[in-house]
Design a protein around this ligand. Structure first.
Ligand code: NI
Length: 264
């Protein structure tokens, strides 16, 4: 079978997969998945991502400290992260960024410091970044403009105009299950307008399952539903494309960004 699905953002280390992790991951290959980028959220979970990448040839890892985990990071996080970033299957720094949604997150200034430190590490290790931006579009764009990293803004939630700015910087737009949600006006407008060569597909598994699985545990095979929705929307707006073509192109995009060779 053809393996056309490259999931550019998943968390198979999450406890939601504790009961049957191996079975779920094994099944992905039979469901058309070629590769998975398993993204770390803190130092421990980055180590778990690296362990998964060591166990399964088609999984790769990102290491980083998520803005929601900044408040619990140890003082020597930078040194520890450097060690993780030099491991062979670590292909990105992530996820990193800003989250102004939750009031108990670290103060904005502290989040910005961690974000900048990790943007600098990405430069130093010549790795792309995986950006988390929740309700922090202005500060996120300021730092992306200043550092001009290679990378992707994952689960993109900004406007069509912001997407254009991100693409102008040479970065990618990551879209997942949210484009299939009933009230998803802006993500759908972004999905229809972003240049194909700047688009990545993702799940954020176990979260963000696309319709018709919304609210259930998500896995990478469900990307098919996201691809179908985006292909349908682009076709409706005058740029006909099939879900298969979309999967093929976004798979090449992910391979290029993360420097991961495709097998078939
Ligand atoms: Ni995530």
């Amino acid at each position: 079978m053809q393996h056309l699905i490259f999931d550019s953002h998943a968390h198979y280390d999450d406890e939601a997969f504790a009961p049957d992790r191996h079975a779920v991951i094994q099944a992905l290959r039979q469901q058309g998945v070629c590769n998975v980028m398993n993204v770390g959220a803190n130092l421990d979970r980055s180590r778990e991502s690296i362990a998964l990448a060591a166990q399964y040839p088609f999984i790769y890892a990102a290491a980083g400290i998520h803005p929601c985990d900044v408040k619990d990071a140890p003082a020597d996080y930078r040194e520890q992260l450097k060690q993780l970033l030099s491991q062979p299957k670590v292909k990105a720094v992530g996820e990193i960024g800003l989250d102004y949604h939750y009031p108990d997150n670290a103060p904005r200034q502290v989040q910005m410091e961690f974000f900048q430190t990790q943007l600098q590490l990405a430069k130093q290790y010549d790795l792309p970044v995986i950006i988390h931006d929740r309700e922090a579009h202005g500060d996120t764009m300021d730092l992306l403009q200043a550092y001009k990293p290679k990378g992707v803004v994952h689960c993109f939630s900004g406007s069509v105009e912001m997407a254009r700015e991100v693409v102008k910087l040479g970065m990618y737009i990551g879209l997942g299950g949210a484009v299939t949600f009933k009230n998803a006006k802006t993500p759908v407008a972004v999905a229809a307008s972003v240049p194909l060569e700047a688009l990545l597909l993702e799940t954020d598994a176990p979260y963000m399952a696309p319709v018709p699985f919304r609210g259930k545990r998500c896995d990478s095979s469900m990307i098919l539903y996201t691809a179908e929705k985006i292909a349908e929307e682009r076709s409706r707006q005058g740029s006909p494309i099939t879900a298969q073509e979309l999967l093929r192109i976004t798979r090449q995009n992910a391979s290029r960004l993360f420097n991961i060779p495709l097998e078939d």
